[in-house]
Write a protein that binds this ligand. Structure first.
Ligand SMILES: *Cc1c(COP(=O)(O)O)cnc(C)c1O
Length: 495
């Protein structure tokens, strides 16, 4: 099996090559040339497995150039009892008869990004070896908050790699910032960018597509790669938890074999929900994928109108990991829904770059309408959802998950669709203590990690250990830069 670029399907690379390069040189994203389907009876087999075995099973279908032993080793280290605080790894909690929460925040940094970023470093270093790559790998990451920390934790002290993370200076929560700026490890760097997430992401993409800079770094023994969700190695481990959640629902008797379920996904860069799309294509009985946005509702508008238009105000919200106007992974979906038309996909992306907008074809719109639903929640609604969910039985959710649950409730009211739905729960509420406390009627005066204890007292829900450990950590990285300075920052980091 090969992978091809969404902007030029003649550009073909091996699976390991796709993971190593991250982004195609034409600016496109790599996708598998065919999406493997689950063979007859696979779900019955997968039901009997634990999370790690399910991960090997699914990943093997997409990565034929990795051995089963290699994948087994990668997955066992990634989803280890030391890193995850529950043996289920990604448990589904049923809130009522037809609403489940897929908890993806039991890993070392308490957000769903761990699901992929605990796996990616090993996929990447194996890929380098398979490709006979002699250079060391420098990972560049633009983060809206959670990716940065998860990538730092995944790559810290990994031989042959360095990692440099850029986050929007005023665009992440206090706890997210401290998680990153206190990161330990000899191969890590963290910088604030004066701008928002899109500024950081666009600059990182420009650095990747700057042949002069790449060549200069290459001469010095470095290759650049990405840990952003544009890397296939990020997306693939995310497909696993959709498959796994379906198996868990079957095992718990919440659904019958073959019964379809909906997933409602709090969405920013479109990586998480796209993994759900691939799971559906593989044959997991998924009915609708419901895309939930915060006040930055560019995706909601897109899914309702077929017009993607980023020329709009950017809002800073209580769900910062979704404060995004350019959802990179949408490109992969456009490629699939256009019938894998590289010219058409490249055209949309050129129009996005030049005019900040594009309108998709009728064919794509029909595809979108048949698979997706969409909605948004502003901050006030989000907090009301947190309060309500906690009041009805003590279940505490974070701001991102609350956006999704709020959108699911609206969807159900509007459509009457009461299919069992799984809300993808993407972060521990303790990563966003300030907003969650406010939702519960408190008035926190500060924003630091001292709020963790306060939220524990107010809610009676224990905080995850890695977040409690932040109290007393010191800041190692405190510099901020303008966009134009970032190429220089990369040069210095690798000097
Ligand atoms: C990254 C993130 C999201 C958005 O996921 P995408 O894959 O970017 O759509 C939602 N919630 C949390 C907590 C996140 O960290």
């Amino acid at each position: 099996m090969h992978y091809e670029s969404t902007r030029d399907s003649e550009r073909r690379v091996t699976p390991a090559g796709a993971i190593l390069m991250g982004l195609s040189e034409d600016g496109g994203l790599f996708v598998p040339e065919v999406i493997p389907t689950l063979p007859e009876g696979a779900l019955s087999e997968l039901r009997e497995m634990n999370y790690r075995q399910r991960a090997v099973y699914v990943m093997r279908l997409f990565l034929p150039d990795y051995s089963v032993a290699e994948l087994t080793d990668t997955v066992s280290r990634a989803y280890s009892p030391g890193g995850f605080d529950t043996p289920a790894i990604a448990p589904v909690k049923m809130l009522d008869r037809n609403t489940g929460f897929l908890e993806l925040w039991h890993g070392p940094t308490c957000a769903f990004k761990d699901m992929a970023l605990q796996v990616l470093p090993r996929l990447l270093t194996s890929a380098a070896a398979k490709n006979g790559e002699k250079r060391q790998i420098c990972i560049l990451v633009a983060t809206s908050g959670d990716t940065g920390k998860a990538a730092l934790e995944g790559f810290a002290n990994v031989e042959g790699t360095r990692i440099l993370v850029f986050y929007p200076r005023d665009g992440v929560s206090h706890i997210q910032k401290l998680q990153m700026t206190s990161q330990e490890g000899r191969n890590v760097g963290v910088c604030a960018v004066n701008g928002n997430f899109d500024d950081a992401q666009t600059t990182v993409k420009e650095i990747f597509s700057d042949p002069g800079l790449r060549e200069e770094l290459s001469r010095r023994g470095w290759m650049l790669s990405s840990a952003n969700s544009i890397n296939w190695g990020r997306l693939l481990p995310q497909i696993v938890y959709y498959v796994s959640a379906y198996c868990d629902l079957l095992n718990a008797g919440d659904i019958r074999e073959g019964e379809r379920v909906n997933f409602c996904v709090p969405t920013g860069n479109f990586g998480d929900i796209l993994a759900g799309y691939y799971a559906r294509r593989m044959g997991v009985p998924i009915n609708r994928l419901i895309c939930a946005s915060n006040k930055n509702d560019v995706l909601t508008d897109f899914l309702h109108t077929g017009v993607y238009d980023k020329n709009r105000d950017f809002y800073t919200t209580v769900s910062p990991s979704m404060d995004i106007l350019v959802s990179s992974n949408l490109e992969r979906l456009l490629y699939e829904l256009s019938g894998r038309n590289d010219r058409e996909t490249a055209g949309y992306m050129a129009s996005l770059k030049e005019q900040g907008r594009y309108q998709v074809s009728r064919g794509i719109r029909e595809g979108l309408d048949s698979l997706f639903a969409a909605g948004s929640c502003d901050d006030q609604e989000t907090k009301a959802v947190i309060a309500r969910t906690y009041a009805n039985g003590g279940y505490l959710i974070d701001t991102h998950t609350a956006v999704a649950y709020g959108v699911l409730e609206k969807y159900r009211r509007e459509t009457g669709d009461d299919t069992l739905a799984v809300v993808v729960s993407t972060a521990s509420p303790y990563k966003f203590c300030g907003a969650v406390l406010e939702a519960l009627g408190e008035r926190p005066e500060t924003a630091g990690p001292e709020l963790i204890g306060r939220l524990e007292q107010v809610s009676g829900v224990p905080a995850p250990r890695p977040l409690k450990a932040l109290l007393g950590k010191s800041v190692r990285f405190d510099r901020s830069f303008d966009r134009e300075q970032l190429p220089g920052v990369v040069r210095d980091f690798l000097a």
